[in-house]
Design a protein around this ligand. Structure first.
Ligand code: 5GP
Length: 189
């Protein structure tokens, strides 16, 4: 997606060979026009798929998910990273190793909002090793719903998550695919 690549070139900050910071439009401040375009692009890419719900991970997955959901007129459910006061029996739980925090975290999703009748599009902001995406897949599988596809805003294709996800046979769409962050520069596939 041209517009997204341009934004990453102009405003992305390469923190290391592995980490890209995009706090000015996705991870802290949010650019609503860009999010709207991202939503439209996800809708185009998953046009052939039945989608009744979008599942994402708080907090940075929410903005692109809401813009996609608005077009599709379906609800968004965001899995939570923090333990809430809800009883354990009411939630599906999965364990995810956090790329940015370098620690294991549980993610949880209420049993009330995704059911076996749903066709779910999973959306997340970044794809690195695939841990977050596989955690979300696990939650949706526990609910017995069908997974219609995986939408990723920024894939770092030099890390293994993309290959791991595509090996499942699911449709995986990444709007920007980064080949390398070496020498402080972003190169796209
Ligand atoms: P994975 O679970 O695929 O290893 O990593 C994806 C998750 O880690 C995303 O949900 C995102 O929050 C975070 N993440 C991974 N790599 C980056 C990165 O380069 N920049 C930012 N801002 N977040 C990242």
């Amino acid at each position: 997606m041209q517009l997204l690549q341009q934004k990453i070139r102009e405003e992305g900050r390469v923190l290391s060979n592995e980490v890209l910071k995009v706090d000015s439009f996705l991870n802290h401040q949010i650019d609503p026009q860009l999010m709207q375009e991202i939503g439209l692009e996800f809708v185009r890419r998953f046009e052939s798929k039945e989608i009744t719900k979008i599942v994402t991970l708080e907090s940075s997955g929410i903005a692109p998910s809401v813009m996609t959901a608005l077009q599709l007129q379906v609800p968004v459910v965001f899995a939570r990273k923090r333990k809430s006061l809800t009883l354990k029996d009411d939630v599906y739980v999965s364990e995810v190793y956090s790329f940015t925090k370098q620690e294991k975290n549980e993610i949880a999703m209420s049993k009330n909002y995704v059911t076996a009748d749903d066709h779910v599009l999973i959306i997340d902001d970044f794809l690195a090793n695939g841990e977050a995406a596989f955690g979300l897949i696990d939650l949706v599988n526990q609910a017995g719903a069908v997974i219609s596809g995986i939408g990723i805003v920024i894939e770092k294709s030099f890390q293994p998550g993309g290959d791991r996800l595509r090996e499942t046979g699911l449709q995986v769409e990444a709007l920007a695919r980064i080949a390398s962050l070496e020498n402080g520069e972003v190169s796209f596939l």
